[in-house]
Design a protein around this ligand. Structure first.
Ligand SMILES: [Fe+2]
Length: 159
């Protein structure tokens, strides 16, 4: 094999190896069998009138007054699921987050040692300028180690 042929072969081999590595990197392996589609984006309830079992136990449920006054504190409670999600050593909620619209407002990290349930309360104050239309959307997000990222929302009026 002459030098030119060797270099061409070596370059082609490198390209094949690089492609194979890229293809392998696209695969993800979990020690517990999971539905990988749940880890490809944010999961939400598809039809509120017909929630699936997974949606009932994973979609964050937000509770807050329907109407609040700008500049005055109020409570927003976020529970993970209509039926509270388990907090087991192998299956638990890692965090619960509150967003005011698209702005992160707070986050609670949870541990799977059995001390806490996946339900938190935040005390929130919304300034007048944050709700120019008189409404604001509260977003609750949570991450389950086996079922991915989930989001629920609640619109409230701000006067
Ligand atoms: Fe889960």
């Amino acid at each position: 094999m002459d030098r030119r042929t060797f270099l061409k072969t070596a370059a082609a081999s490198s390209a094949v190896v690089a492609f194979a590595r890229t293809a392998l990197a696209a695969d993800r392996y979990f020690p517990t069998q999971v539905n990988q589609a749940l880890f490809e984006g944010i999961n939400r309830v598809k039809d509120p009138a017909m929630k699936t079992g997974l949606e009932k136990s994973h979609a964050p449920v937000l509770t807050a007054p329907a109407s609040v006054k700008a500049g005055e504190p109020f409570n927003v409670e976020i529970s993970v699921g209509e039926t509270l999600h388990p907090m087991l050593p192998t299956h638990w909620i890692e965090f619960i987050e509150l967003r005011i619209g698209n702005e992160p407002a707070g986050m609670a990290d949870l541990q799977a040692n059995g001390y806490v349930k996946p339900k938190v309360a935040f005390t929130v104050v919304i300034p007048k300028e944050a709700a120019p239309s008189g409404k604001v959307t509260l977003l609750g997000r949570q991450h389950c180690n086996l079922h991915g990222l989930w989001e629920g929302s609640l619109d409230i009026a701000v006067s």
